[in-house]
Ligand binder design. Structure first.
Ligand code: F0G
Length: 367
């Protein structure tokens, strides 16, 4: 069967009717990839799986929530939608609004979103407004404007966004034949995604489709870690621009996910994120954007702290861990080029190439 969108695939678990006109780009059903090399490299007791959400139509997990939010905005008669964004939400909103043929306005922090994401919002025809402020300022503006005008807010404060995003938890359990992983690791920014995954796992368990629940392990960037610090961060800083957020909208539900699941919300430094970013690309062949790699960085940190030593696997044997890679690496090629080794430039000659790759002994001078 060709890939359906998440609304068709999980219709019974979502607030739609037979009359709902579904706006979809066939999002979801993303690969869950067994990361053998990473498991071996960081802890042999862990069986690590990567949920590669970068393979959604606009390159991030946001498409799951956006198909629902735009579908419902159309059903409810809105002719325009609006969001604040660190980049991915705006790319997704712009694409789904274009498909629904409704207007889309996005408010973004000037100079702080990856070029790929900006290009997406622009080419899909959204009205792109940059502000001299951060994501939190943008969200405050969007909340105020959409409360007063007939424009639908499509940030994750919109409950339909969470409904759509919870389908990723269903997919993971379906892939594991009715089991949730022992641990579920993900980056935390505005905290909608951790809220959605936890809701999805709980609903699937209640519906009898999941035998267990995972422990939720969320990671913020150290310069933008309000939940870890216990107070908003007025001037958040991190090179992982997608999670550069100082006052998450879904703060309370993120804390509930952590506490109800017996999990952790921790923080990782930009240096740790960078290392994880390079590692996942070089040892598994998977290119994820920097913010996504906060999940891998967090996992590595917990391993170093001995966090998993006493843990027991639900199915016995190794501990099963799912890390969500929330966005594609191609969203932000500038970062990759900055952290990777620079290419060399040589003459267009076979000898020169062979010498460069070590297959030719350089002729000693004077020989
Ligand atoms: N990873 C990526 C790639 C993101 O774009 C985001 C959030 C997150 C993780 C964090 O998810 O906010 O649900 O906790 N991006 C939003 C945006 C804020 O505007 O694109 P969250």
């Amino acid at each position: 069967m060709s890939k359906q969108g998440v609304i068709e695939r999980y219709r019974r678990h979502l607030p739609v009717t037979d009359r709902t006109r579904v706006i979809t780009l066939n999002e979801g059903s993303t690969p869950l990839i067994h990361a053998h090399n990473l498991s071996e490299a960081i802890h042999s007791r862990l069986e690590i799986w990567l949920k590669y959400e970068g393979l959604n139509p606009t390159g991030s997990f946001k498409d799951r929530g956006m198909t629902m939010a735009i579908t419902k905005a159309v059903e409810d008669g809105f002719e325009g939608v609006m969001c604040a964004s660190t980049g991915n939400t705006s790319a997704s909103a712009a694409a789904y609004a274009a498909r629904a043929r409704i207007k889309c306005i996005v408010i973004i922090p000037e100079g702080k979103i990856a070029l790929g994401k900006l290009s997406q919002a622009m080419i899909h025809g959204a009205r792109v407004i940059q502000i001299r402020g951060n994501f939190d300022d943008a969200l405050t503006l969007v909340r105020s404007i959409t409360a007063k005008h007939p424009i639908q807010l499509v940030n994750s404060l919109n409950p339909y966004r969470i409904e759509g995003q919870k389908t990723a938890a269903f997919e993971i359990v379906d892939d594991f034949d009715g089991y949730a992983p022992d641990f579920h690791v993900l980056p935390v920014g505005n905290a909608g995604n951790i809220t959605a995954y936890w809701k999805g796992y709980k609903e699937y368990k209640t519906a009898g489709k999941a035998k267990n629940l995972p422990q939720m392990l969320g990671f913020q960037a150290a310069g933008a870690a309000p939940i870890v610090l216990g107070h908003p961060v007025p001037n958040p800083k991190t090179f992982a621009t997608a999670i550069r957020i100082g006052n998450p909208a879904s703060w309370k539900t993120a804390v509930a996910a952590r506490d109800e699941s017996g999990g952790v919300i921790g923080m990782v430094t930009d240096q740790e994120i960078k290392q994880a970013y390079k590692m996942i690309a070089s040892v598994e062949g998977i290119f994820a954007e920097p913010a996504s790699c906060a999940s891998i960085a967090g996992l590595i940190k917990l391993v170093k702290n001995g966090y998993f030593e006493k843990a027991k696997a639900v199915q016995g044997g190794r501990l099963r861990v799912v890390c969500v890679l929330t966005g594609h690496g191609l969203k932000d090629p500038d970062r990759a080029i900055k952290v990777a080794e620079e290419p060399v430039t040589i003459q267009a000659e076979e000898e020169a190439v062979l010498e460069e790759i070590g297959l030719l002994e350089p002729v000693a001078a004077g020989a």
